[in-house]
Design a protein around this ligand. Structure first.
Ligand SMILES: Cc1ncc(COP(=O)(O)O)c(C=O)c1O
Length: 420
């Protein structure tokens, strides 16, 4: 079992996060890169995988492999049971009311596209408006632009301030009866801002406008309760939360999903087919055409078990501490500017260094065995808003340590020496 140690201190119950014990669960973290211990600070791009997830995928292929929902034979039933059990785990993980509100997708991108195309086809018409924010990942911009082009709707953008916080009052003013959906990120991958999504949902709902949350970054780091948030849709990716690539989830409230047309046609999503007419399967299968990513779903179920065993509250608290430390240590280096200073932040430290291109910082750090991302982070409008071509981004996870932040600081200083 992954572990964090509970201790009694000064009469109060506090918790100590045993990160070294947790690191034992991730075989890749034992690696050396360019002769240095790997310091993996790119979890916002994809997280590392614990051994239990790797084992689950291996044993699926070694012991359970068969297609789901299609066979009376033993293996097919076994695979189907595992695949559907994972759906229940995910339902509980985000506290969805119904299992059929969990639609398997390839990831957050596919989930957002599904809503844009399906909800959009039915509910968005000429002259309607769609609201997103200025800090969205391209995955939560482009699908809506495509829809606007198809249906002659208008895309509107909630502005952000210089700290990277959403201007809620502006948003309240943007709402009107033409707005058909609001789609915002829960946690920005480029700035680390935790968006006050509950307030956004309350405001949107007060005008009967549904809200989609892009949870790609939030699901691995914050305890997500879709019923408490009251969001209408929530999209996230397995690979960013210790699960496999190629699997993700779209949560949707039943009444929306029931009323929306399928986007992909094919096997499994039908109830009956004749050349004259096809009737569609019930939820969630209506949205899951074709053979799905079976091992991905099973692996994601195991990743959810793993995250639960560590505890999302403990993960969030530890990562908060880590981000505070990183902000202090990296922010104190002369010439470093941190991009994104929201009061509520998690896990992302985007920065620039005077006179050095972020790619050069990334290259020097790589030679030190440190993996960070350098670029626009699929958020070009954010780079434009802050007037930078790119940033270096260290993104944290609960398996990172303060020593790794110290190594990052030494690496950044080295880059400054090399390029000054
Ligand atoms: C905020 C945000 N939304 C959406 C995505 C897209 O996720 P995926 O590529 O897994 O579909 C990402 C990926 O980095 C992200 O950070």
């Amino acid at each position: 079992m992954p572990a964090a140690l509970e201790v009694e201190a000064k009469g109060m119950r506090t918790s100590q996060f045993d990160v070294h014990r947790i690191r034992e669960d991730f075989p890749i973290l034992k690696q050396q890169v360019h002769g240095r211990p790997l310091v993996y600070l790119d979890s916002a791009a994809t997280s590392q995988k614990p051994q239990v997830v790797i084992d689950a995928i291996k044993s699926y292929y070694a012991e359970q492999n068969a297609n789901v929902h299609r066979g009376v034979h033993y293996l097919s039933q076994l695979a189907t049971r595992e695949y559907e059990d994972a759906r229940v785990k995910i339902q509980r993980f985000i506290n969805a009311a119904e299992t059929h509100e969990i639609i398997y997708t390839r990831g957050a991108t596919e989930g957002i596209n599904l809503v844009a195309q399906s909800y959009g086809r039915k509910f968005v018409h000429e002259g309607d408006e769609i609201i997103i924010s200025a800090m969205e990942h391209h995955s939560n911009i482009v699908p809506w632009q495509m829809l606007c082009e198809q249906n002659r709707a208008k895309l509107r953008v909630i502005p952000i301030n210089d700290d990277g916080e959403l201007l809620i009052e502006e948003f309240a003013r943007m709402l009107n009866r033409n707005v058909k959906i609001v789609a915002v990120t829960h946690l920005s991958n480029a700035l680390g801002t935790i968006v006050p999504v509950k307030r956004i949902i309350e405001l949107a709902h007060s005008q009967d406008v549904p809200v989609l949350l892009d949870g790609a970054q939030a699901a691995p780091h914050l305890k997500v309760d879709v019923r408490e948030l009251d969001c209408d849709f929530y999209a996230f990716s397995g690979h960013k939360m210790c699960g496999p690539t190629g699997i993700g989830v779209l949560y949707g409230k039943s009444h929306w999903l029931e009323s929306m047309p399928p986007v992909l046609g094919g096997g499994d999503m039908i109830s009956s087919v004749t050349f004259e007419k096809t009737t569609y399967n019930s939820l969630p299968y209506k949205f899951e055409a074709g053979t799905p990513n079976i091992e991905g779903a099973i692996g994601l179920g195991v990743a959810v078990d793993y995250l639960n065993s560590v505890g999302l509250d403990r993960i969030a608290a530890y990562e908060h501490e880590l981000l505070d430390y990183a902000t202090e240590v990296i922010g104190a280096i002369p010439g470093v500017k941190i991009v994104g200073a929201a009061r509520e932040k998690s896990c992302v430290l985007s920065f620039t260094v005077d006179g050095i291109h972020p790619h050069d910082i990334g290259t020097v750090l790589d030679q030190e065995g440190i993996a960070v991302r350098a670029g626009h982070h699929c958020a070009q409008p954010v780079m434009k808003r802050f007037d930078v071509p790119a940033t270096a981004r260290a993104s944290l996870a609960f398996y990172n340590t303060k020593e790794e932040i110290d190594a990052l600081a030494v690496g950044v200083q080295k880059a400054i020496e090399v390029f000054s």
